[in-house]
Design a protein around this ligand. Structure first.
Ligand code: NAD
Length: 459
């Protein structure tokens, strides 16, 4: 942990109190500063991600730099509109008057990130925090050590700590951070730590957003385009070696097309990463020993159809398809967060709905089908953070869609304007135009006044 956290927070409170973060011009300048950080240091960012997760530079730059720049550009263009007070209707009984909603920043916000997209998942919420006029303390994951070090250095070089600061540390330091009186906490990570964060926030009534994970199903029915589905599923399951919160966690496939789909999945793995994925420069590695051992334990269930190869010292696990799995196997009891794809089969879509309903609400759900009735049923009857029909993961790339979980997969959502709204308090204002006073609400209360109130409320 950086020494002087209290002093950083004092500086941020003082700075925030000056009102310096309020004008549009200030926020625009700071967003441009963040954009320049990203554009100038693209190569260093890609290099840090290569060392932490063996991310291929193309993948790292696309996911963790370009998507972030796209989000900044959108904010730069739209911010003046988002900041404008929004006029809303005023009911007749409040005439003559006007009503509006003003977005105001909370103050100093804490942003804590995970290790799987360690750069992007600090920067994306930071865009929202800056756009909304807040100061921020960011804490990157201690597990992605090279990226953590780089973030600390870059934040120090590009911002003053009284506005944005980066601190470091693991569980103990996080506990210490959570004792501070932030004005908002934004946490991305596991449900287990999410509960700790929320409990600590509740003690001081600090509002929180929790971006968590879970088991995201991918359903393939017999009407699906299997070639296309196989490519999309394998890409989504193996990018960053499966360590993606919205990756399909398990496959739920209609028994009649299971065999064909498996062959196509195997073909896609071979096309993307060759017969020996550990030699592919496009394939990532598991973050650390602890997660490697966890995944090795999960691989023991069922029958391995392909892959299964692993090397502990290299933290390498091949893309692995696993058959003969039941809901009681350990691999179906926790989020996999790795390149293992268990395959379940079904006979009727109602069975799928029933079984998924018994699980926690997932962060994402994917459905491959050409059957409109199945699609309608799934979308209407299952609750999940967000998802795709006939694709995987790309819901995250649409800036107009809110991103977030529901239930155990999280609370609150961000991206695009939703990020601005999330980091803003929406203040309701009613402005009286004339000192008109109907005097109906004043004592003494009479039945005649009640009669008039009913007329005015039209009740
Ligand atoms: P994690 O919850 O294990 O750790 C997150 C951070 O919390 C750590 O860096 C650590 O500093 C802190 N921490 C850990 N234990 C703690 C404790 N006991 N007390 C206080 N702080 C503690 O998450 P992770 O391993 O970094 O990330 C993986 C999880 O994040 C997965 O569940 C994944 O689905 C989820 N995730 C969600 C999203 C999303 O956008 N919804 C994105 C990426 C990852």
């Amino acid at each position: 942990m950086q020494p002087g956290l209290t002093s950083i927070l004092d500086q941020q409170r003082d700075f925030f109190a000056t009102g310096a973060t309020l004008p549009l011009a200030f926020r625009i300048t700071q967003l441009k500063q963040l954009k320049s950080l990203l554009m100038t240091h693209e190569a260093e960012i890609a290099n840090a991600l290569k060392r932490d997760l063996n991310k291929a530079p193309t993948e790292a730059i696309f996911n963790e730099v370009l998507l972030v720049i796209k989000e900044i550009n959108f904010a730069l263009k739209q911010l003046h509109k988002w900041m404008r007070p929004k006029k809303v209707r005023t009911p007749f009984f409040l005439w003559p008057g006007r009503s509006e909603i003003r977005a105001e920043p909370y103050g100093s916000v804490l942003i804590m990130g995970p290790w799987n997209y360690p750069f992007m998942l600090i920067m994306l919420p930071l865009i929202g925090a800056i756009s909304a006029g807040n100061c921020a303390v960011v804490k990157p994951s201690e597990m992605a050590t090279c990226t953590e070090k780089l973030i600390v250095q870059l934040i120090k070089d590009y911002f003053t700590p009284g506005f944005i600061a980066a601190v470091t540390g693991g569980p103990d330091e996080t506990q210490q951070l959570l004792r501070e009186k932030f004005d908002y906490i934004f946490f991305t990570g596991s449900a287990a730590v999410g509960k700790i964060v929320m409990e600590a926030a509740a003690r001081q009534l600090i509002p929180v957003t929790l971006e968590l994970g879970g088991k995201s199903p991918c359903i393939v029915d017999k009407t699906a385009d299997l070639d296309f589905a196989a490519r999309r599923i394998i890409w989504a399951k193996t990018v960053n070696a499966g360590q993606t919160c919205i990756a399909p966690d398990y496959l739920y496939v209609h028994h009649s097309c299971k065999q064909t789909l498996i062959e196509k999945l195997q073909h896609a793995i071979q096309q993307f990463y060759s017969n020996d994925p550990k030699t592919s420069t496009s394939y990532g590695r598991i973050i650390n020993q602890k997660h490697f051992s966890r995944l090795a334990r999960l691989m023991q269930a069922g029958k391995t159809l392909s892959g299964g190869d692993r090397q502990e010292e290299a933290l390498y696990i091949a893309p692995t398809l696993i058959d003969e799995i039941t809901w009681n196997d350990p691999i179906m009891q926790e989020e996999i967060f790795g390149p293992l794809l268990p395959i379940l089969t079904y006979d009727h879509i109602d069975e799928v709905i029933r079984n998924i309903k018994c699980q926690h609400k997932p962060l994402a759900l994917y459905l491959f089908t050409r059957d409109r009735d199945s699609e309608k049923k799934i979308l209407e009857q299952l609750s999940f953070g967000g998802g795709c029909v006939n694709d995987c993961m790309v819901q995250i790339a649409n800036i107009h869609l809110p991103f977030g979980g529901v239930g155990q997969s999280g609370m609150g959502h961000y991206h695009g304007q939703y990020s601005f709204d999330l980091f803003s308090h929406h203040k309701s204002i009613y402005r009286k135009r004339l000192p008109f006073d109907a005097r109906l609400e004043y004592p003494p209360y009479t039945s005649k006044k009640l009669w008039w109130i009913r007329q005015l409320l039209k009740l």
